[in-house]
Design a protein around this ligand. Sequence first.
Ligand SMILES: Cc1cc2nc3c(=O)[nH]c(=O)nc-3n(C[C@H](O)[C@H](O)[C@H](O)COP(=O)(O)OP(=O)(O)OC[C@H]3O[C@@H](n4cnc5c(N)ncnc54)[C@H](O)[C@@H]3O)c2cc1C
Length: 457
Amino acid sequence: MKRKILVVGGVAAGPSAASKAARTSQDVEVTLFEQGDHISYGICELPYYISNAVTNLDKMIIYTPEQLQKEKGVVAKVHHRVERISPVQRKILVRNLETDGVSEYSYDKLILATGTRSKRLGVQGEDGKNVFRVKTLNDGIAIKDFIQQKHPRKAVIIGGGFIGMEMAEAFRALNIETTILHRSHLPMGKLEAETRQMILEELKKHGVNFATVKEIVSFGKDASGEVRNIVTDSGTYAADIVIVAIGFQPNTELAESAGMRLGTMGGIKVDQKQLTNIDNIYAAGDCCEVKNLVDDKPSLLPFATIASKTGRVAGENAAGGNALFKGTVRAVAIRIFDLEVAQVGISSEEAQTSGFDVATEMITDWSRISFMPGSKKLHIIYIIDKRSKRLLGANLIGEEGAALRANTLSAAIRHHLTIDEISQLDLVYTPPYAPLWDPILIAANQAKKRLRELEIK
Ligand SMILES: Cc1cc2nc3c(=O)[nH]c(=O)nc-3n(C[C@H](O)[C@H](O)[C@H](O)COP(=O)(O)OP(=O)(O)OC[C@H]3O[C@@H](n4cnc5c(N)ncnc54)[C@H](O)[C@@H]3O)c2cc1C
């Protein structure tokens, strides 16, 4: 009889784990449960779907349940919520949300890929009909339908992080007046102050209002159940549509109720094989903590890239393989109107908290030879450990050449390269794409000089 592998969660980590398990061994039968309507879709494209940059919803769905079964040999059951795990009996209790019936399924190996959910503000009126989160495909469809039917003129986005930026761009593309309410006086808290200041200027240049509010007090609803204004500690903001984008928290309740251990950051704790503390149960994706390879600390890094990789490792191991996920370096990029913004590694604040002796260096140079048509200014900030001279993190921001250059620095950080080593990297030069001295090298040389000056002092 074939060994049974069950997977809980169907967006990025779950399908990746299920497909890899089915590919690893002919001797396994893989079933995936997803409580929502869809599996295996691109969440990251949602803001572009809302702005109409992406129009074909079908293209965002990578595998339907039928395709997953036909092409990967995995049975996927949507509208099925896993409600209990009995580790001793190796069984799970599953509710069919269409019939409300419950059934038990036994497993040899179980993989949890339950992901995250959007954080809530916990204020009155938050359930208003025009208040949305941006987390699932259905959220994207609901926002787009609302815009098409109700033609909102004023949008308020609560939260000035990644999703807030992408939604601001989407709303402005639709000519909707947009205000971001954020706790800090600058957006995008994980980036360096200079980068954040440039982002703020870009938002303003594109007509986005940015207001610092310490507290959202309540949402004022009208008789139809729609929110009309948002009351804060520093004024009231009118809104026809509201987006709450204040972050995500890992879905760990199912794991916890079965005795799975969480880590210090609140995600499921796993080893390098993605195995939890309970025999035969793996976990992968945003519900888990990962080891940050810069400071070796557990981190919550909710990115599709990491979810897919950890999913593969869990799937291979559940099917009898021997794969390892050793950890990760944060590597993220975002487009904010005309700007490419990228961050790799840790921030200067995180580096200080982790006990590094931090120096930062910022340079501004050109994405190509300066006089080549299309060349744009590119800013790079390096975060360096003064003791080891290792690069710990970097921000790159400019109209061209930030996102893909960040990949080189991500590899450098992962392999603990020093500033001296980075200054020796062999990088391409050709006028249409890059200058003779790439900005990565210029920043490294500048940082070397600065470290020498600091040593002399
Ligand atoms: C707007 C947006 C843009 C993004 N852009 C990027 C980007 O550009 N680059 C990038 O790398 N990442 C990006 N991300 C992050 C990326 O989408 C996530 O990291 C990824 O989706 C995580 O996948 P996951 O499978 O671990 O979890 P999730 O996507 O959270 O999926 C978990 C699934 O498990 C299901 N589930 C939970 N509990 C149960 C249960 N008990 N029974 C059955 N099903 C259950 C949930 O319904 C959910 O569908 C973006 C995210 C958002 C919201």
